[in-house]
Design a protein around this ligand. Sequence first.
Ligand code: PEP
Ligand code: MG
Length: 542
Amino acid sequence: MEIIRGKGVCGGIAIGRLRFFEQRHRNITQWNVADEAAECGRFAEAHGRAIGQVALLQERALREVGEKEAAVFEIHRMMLEDEDYLDSIRNIIMTQSVNAEYAVSLTREEFARMFSEMDDPYMQGRAADVRDISDRLLDCLEGRETDLILGHEPVVVAAKDLTPSETIQLDKSRVLAFATCGGSGNSHTAILARTMGLPAVVGVGDVLTEAMDAKMVIVDGFSGAVYVEPDDATVAAMRKRQDEEKARQAMLDRYKGKPNRTLDGKEILVYANIGSVSELELVKRYDAGGIGLFRSEFLFLDSADFPGEEVQFAAYRKVAKEMGGKRSIIRTLDIGADKRIGYFNLDHEENPALGLRGLRLCLERSDVFKTQLRALLRASAFGNIAVMFPMVASLWEVREAMGLVKSVQDELRHEGRDFNGDMEIGVMIETPAAAIISDQLAREVDFLSIGTNDLTQYTLAVDRQNSSLDRYCDPHHDAVLRLVELIVNNAHNNEAWVGVCGELAGDLDVTKTLLRMGVDELSVSPPKVLELRKTICELSLA
Ligand code: PEP
Ligand code: MG
């Protein structure tokens, strides 16, 4: 037995045969062509077929996994239509009198190198996309099928890394788990695994090789271990874990449809936190009562440029429609601090956590903010959308933001567009300043949502990203809990309701404390919803 370790990005245990996807080794031969124009014509035909395939994949991704995955194929289409890329191929054919395959393979490497040398990690990631579209063009030129065939038996899919095209083409009913040499928590494989609830381990390094193809493996997505040819004792132990996990999930499933009510009758809302439209499926699967935090910045992080009004509108409308009237709180852009985006061209900051982030950035870049507000308000006509502002410290910030909401409402009214004039608006309480003036803030808005991750960081002056400071970063600290209680009281005394959407909301050790304080809503990651409901149902506050 060999044990290889990586990062578990989706919990669960899978046992099965490994199927290693080898990136195609191509042997591109170069030959001279007599008629360059005819060769360009052959390339144009293949190019047309590639565009058609990408359009089909985009449709399939939209149907099967959601808009975020589908957006990748929009990028592929744009890359396939990029004039610089196309000119490079045509120029090589025309000036060197060579075959189109050779011209594509040279351009593939040149463009991939260019992307991988860029400073921005997002742009570096696009090198894989250039290779992906170029391979598709080569397949079209060579008349080869691009689809990946898995066979009939479900398998553990392993690869150096999976490109978006490869991932989306997999027949999901035949995949038990994922294991990849490269990749991060935000790689396409990880995102898809979480969406489908499949165990996944990424970043195991080069020890995962093609030589392991067809071997029995166990993927432990909880610990990040992959057992290759496991011994009997390991198989037995893992089967037991699987059974325990199944039994635990079945037991929790019995809480679906039940109220979140304590033994002595106190009821509370339990919502879910998500970062993309594709995670709506999880919100439904785990029976969350609504969405307490949609981190809209992931739409921006997953994009090569500012997502326009229509792209955002489509995403928010999908949330509104799919949630069927259940409240869905979308947080406006929370960029800055640890979430950097190249195309914002933000200045270097010595202390980014105390810098231009969240609502501050939106007020400085009101063009970007107003585009998002327009998309959100337009989507509010299709369901129960609520909006909240992150990283607030002062009353004037909220007033200025509300002024922009009002001006966008006037614009939309003037254009004759529908929106919900009573859309709920809230403020996240993430700074000690906001907590202390939460009475004033509550009078401006409909609700407050306590972001305990940042509230802990700023109250205790501990960098939340620094894992060596873990014991100092204590959300149970009296200072944090006293602020939470103050915020709840200030909200209720000023006709606002109040929720918690930081990690503390799912901390079962404080559920009783939060309920006793009178918190109205708790928002947690989707798989946590039923566990929290069970805890609430077994509590008595008396
Ligand atoms: C928080 O700060 O508690 C929060 C929910 O926001 P984020 O974790 O996205 O900063
Ligand atoms: Mg926060």
